[in-house]
Each structure stands twice: as C-alpha cells, then as structure tokens.
Design a protein around this ligand. Structure first.
Ligand SMILES: NC(=O)c1ccc[n+]([C@@H]2O[C@H](COP(=O)([O-])OP(=O)(O)OC[C@H]3O[C@@H](n4cnc5c(N)ncnc54)[C@H](O)[C@@H]3O)[C@@H](O)[C@H]2O)c1
Length: 274
C-alpha cells in the first residue's frame, strides 16, 4: 500500500546490486511513494546488468560512481540534479565491502591495505558523499541522508572482523556530519541498524546462516526483512521524521534489547536434558 510519502521528492540511491539488495527494495518503495531518483553503483557492479531492470521499472537513470572517488561523486551529483531537475531531498548509502572478509582473513591477521579499503568503501564513502553534497549545495532543506549499519558496531560477533570497525566509523560519521548538516541546511543524517538479511553482502560473511537463525530466535518480532527495512527508510526520507537526526536506529525485531528469548532457552534446556 502506498501513501504518497515521497511525492515530489528527488533522491540518489546507492547500492542496488540485485533484487535481494536492500537498496533495490528501497528503490521500489520510493518509486511507489512518488519519488524520482537516480540509481548508482560501482562501475564494476554494473557488469551484472541487473540494475538496468530496476531502473526501467522505476523510470530511473543509472549513473555509475565508485563511492570512494570524489571525482565520480561530483559527476553523480551534477548529473542527478540535471536529470531530476533540482536539488536532492534524500540519499540512501547502502554500501559495504571488506576484502579481508572476502579473502577469509581473521581479525588477528588483517591485511592493512585491505583494512583501509574496507574503511574507505564502507564508511568514509558516506563522509565523501556528504562532503560533495555540501560543496555543491546539492541538498534541499529538511533533506534526509541515510546509511545502513549493523549491530556489530556495538557488540562483537564472530567473523564480522573489520566490517565492525567500519560500521562504528559509519555511525560516528552520521553523528558528526549530522550536526554539521543540521546547522547548514536543516538536513538530517541517520543510520539504520538492520537485522541480518539474505543479500550478497550478508551471505559473504562466513557462518551467515547461523547469524541469521540466531538473530531470528533472539528477536521477539523475528528478523526484519529487506522489504521492512525499505519501509522504515521511506519513513525516514519522508516529512514525518524531520527532527530525527544523528541517530543509529535499531531495525531488528527487538534483538538489541533482548537478553534471552524462550526459544533460545528451549534450545539450551534441550541440550542440558539430553
Ligand atoms: N545483509 C545484511 O545482513 C546486512 C545487515 C545490516 C546492514 N547491512 C548493510 O546494508 C548495506 C547494503 O548491503 P546489502 O546487504 O543490501 O548487500 P548488497 O551486496 O546487495 O549491497 C552492497 C552494495 O555495495 C556496493 N558497493 C561495493 N563497493 C562499492 C563502491 N566502491 N562504490 C559504490 N558501491 C559499492 C555493491 O556493488 C553492492 O551494490 C551495506 O552497508 C551492509 O553492510 C546488511
């Protein structure tokens, strides 16, 4: 069901790789809610060609940009404002990648060049996007900028390694730039801390199935899906959340406030009694 929450709003959506991507679902919902937007991803991710299907369905133009390149981001903002016919109201940063995780490096055995790459792609890119938006005066007043995070920013989980450090940095950047952008243009900046979700990035973490099932049993409402994350993102882009800023917002079915659930207790009772 659509509510026209984004009618007349212009946006830029980063990170739709395939139909499982959280950004893909956000784009579909933003389109349903009346927004116009450009879609972007790293040029290398375009090779799959999937994003063109989404663009066609949403009437969006695709503009390649490596989110770590200031030059490519400048081109993206220039072209987006030209194509959309004005300044930007919302931005979704749905980007994450760790070469150390990809190559199975343990936390005690990091390749530091790759560690820097993880931080650049997964966290600093958020700062760079806002830096370019500010420099180009590209945001409308009361615009909304959002990135996706994970609870490993606050708590330790196996095998999330340097992505945990990237997520902590990402959330810190949301506070730092949120304070700045609030004063400059009344723009709000937040992160959503999302449940484990079955996407390319999610499934890249070793033991992801166990992460997913554990979180599901530890969340009174169960894991939040990518579709539900899209719904929450739309609310944060809308005018209904104008004073929400500099927050890391948990979207996790209650996981982050739960000590134990009856389902997990049952598992251990079964184990104790066996
Ligand atoms: N899947 C999960 O379990 C989960 C949970 C919490 C948070 N998140 C976060 O959600 C966000 C989206 O991930 P997803 O799960 O939809 O997976 P995904 O793999 O579909 O999306 C990740 C995207 O990052 C893009 N990307 C990588 N390097 C880039 C670069 N240099 N420039 C521009 N784009 C680049 C990829 O091309 C891809 O589209 C990420 O920040 C991720 O950490 C995911």
């Amino acid at each position: 069901m659509a509510y026209n929450l984004l009618k007349g709003k212009r946006g830029i959506i980063f990170g739709a790789l395939d139909e499982n991507s959280i950004a893909w679902k956000v784009a579909q919902r933003a389109h349903e809610e009346g927004a116009v937007f450009t879609l972007t991803n790293a040029p290398i991710a375009m090779r799959m060609g999937e994003i063109n299907k989404l663009a066609e369905a949403c009437g969006a133009v695709v503009i390649p940009a490596d989110a770590t390149s200031i030059e490519e981001l400048e081109n993206l903002f220039d072209k987006s404002m030209e194509i959309l016919g004005g300044k930007i109201d919302f931005i979704l940063h749905s980007i994450g990648m760790s070469p150390n995780i990809r190559k199975g490096k343990e936390y005690g055995d990091m390749n530091y060049d790759w560690f820097l790459k993880t931080l650049d792609v997964s966290a600093l890119s958020f700062h760079k996007i806002m830096h370019v938006a500010e420099k180009k005066d590209a945001m409308n007043e009361y615009g909304s900028i959002l990135a996706l995070s994970y609870i490993a920013a606050q708590r330790v989980f196996p095998d999330y390694t340097d992505m945990a450090d990237a997520k902590s940095t990402l959330e810190s950047i949301a506070r730092g730039y949120g304070a700045r952008f609030a004063k400059l243009k009344k723009v709000r900046v937040n992160t959503i801390s999302q449940s484990p979700t079955k996407t390319t990035a999610g499934k890249g973490i070793s033991g992801f199935g166990a992460f997913y099932d554990f979180a599901d049993l530890m969340s009174p409402l169960g894991n939040a899906s990518a579709d539900e994350c899209a719904g929450y993102s739309i609310v944060l882009f809308s005018d209904l959340t104008r004073k929400v800023t500099m927050q890391n917002l948990m979207h996790d079915g209650g996981f982050s406030s739960t000590g134990m659930t009856p389902e997990i207790m049952q598992l251990f009772e079964d184990r104790t009694n066996s």
